[in-house]
Structure formats: structure tokens, C-alpha cells
Ligand binder design. Structure first.
Ligand code: SF4
Length: 130
């Protein structure tokens, strides 16, 4: 297993200007019910966890049409988990966003406490049982 490299300064600078991050900053803590309203509720959760050598385009495209994209990304950044697609971002994109986020936002202890089970399990809870 290889360790992810630290984002470079130009990547962090680009992340600070990324509209997805700006939306997350605006919408954080505005919608506690975002998990129940995500577009991914009706999609196979595997879509949001592509293997490292697989494209994440399908998941990112679904997130783009999601009404709670900002809240979802804000949550992922507050938790700091970098697996899977959240809020229309890939893990690599979020690594740079995380550096920018942590310089802009104080940690939310409630979000971290709420992290509880692994993030993948949390996404699975969004999928209605059949
Ligand atoms: S991962 Fe987040 S942004 Fe993407 S569809 Fe699900 S709730 Fe929406």
C-alpha cells in the first residue's frame, strides 16, 4: 500500500478557489438532513467507491445533480476521511481541499463524534433496503 503524497502548494491554492469548496463552506451546518436527500440514495453504493484504477466519473456526475452536494462535501472534509466520492470530489481532490478547509474552518466536534462507523457503512445507510 502506498501513502498518498501531500498536496502541493499550487494544488491547495486551486482548491481554495474551487466552487465546490466554496459551496461547502457556505452550506456547512445548514442542512442536517442532507443524508436523507442525497441523489445517491437510489444508486448502488459501489458507484461511489471505485477502485483506485477505475474512473470516478459516474459518481462525480451524480453528485453534480445532487441538491445537498455542499453539505455532503462539508461533512466529508470535517470528518477528514478520504475514501470514495463525496460532494462531487475524488479523494485526491479532497486532499488538497482538506488543507484549505482546515485553514478556514474550526473543527466541529459534533461532526467528528458523528463519524462513528466507517464512512462506507454510513453511505450504505443512505440506500433504502429492498
Ligand atoms: S455522495 Fe453526497 S453529493 Fe454525492 S449524491 Fe450522495 S449525498 Fe449527493
Amino acid at each position: 500500500m502506498t501513502r498518498a503524497r501531500m498536496p502541493r502548494p499550487h494544488e491547495v491554492a486551486a482548491a481554495r478557489r474551487d466552487p465546490r469548496l466554496l459551496r461547502a463552506l457556505r452550506e456547512r451546518r445548514h442542512d442536517d438532513a442532507w443524508r436523507t436527500r442525497g441523489t445517491c440514495q437510489s444508486v448502488d453504493p459501489e458507484t461511489f467507491f471505485p477502485a483506485p484504477n477505475e474512473p470516478a466519473d459516474a459518481a462525480v456526475a451524480l453528485c453534480r445533480s445532487c441538491d445537498v452536494q455542499g453539505s455532503c462535501l462539508a461533512w466529508a472534509l470535517e470528518v477528514g476521511d478520504c475514501h470514495g466520492v463525496w460532494g462531487g470530489t475524488t479523494p485526491r481532490e479532497r486532499r488538497a481541499m482538506l488543507v484549505a478547509w482546515r485553514s478556514e474552518v474550526q473543527p466541529d466536534p459534533d461532526a467528528l463524534d458523528d463519524a462513528g462507523p466507517p464512512v462506507r457503512d454510513r453511505l450504505l445507510t443512505l440506500v433504502p433496503s429492498s
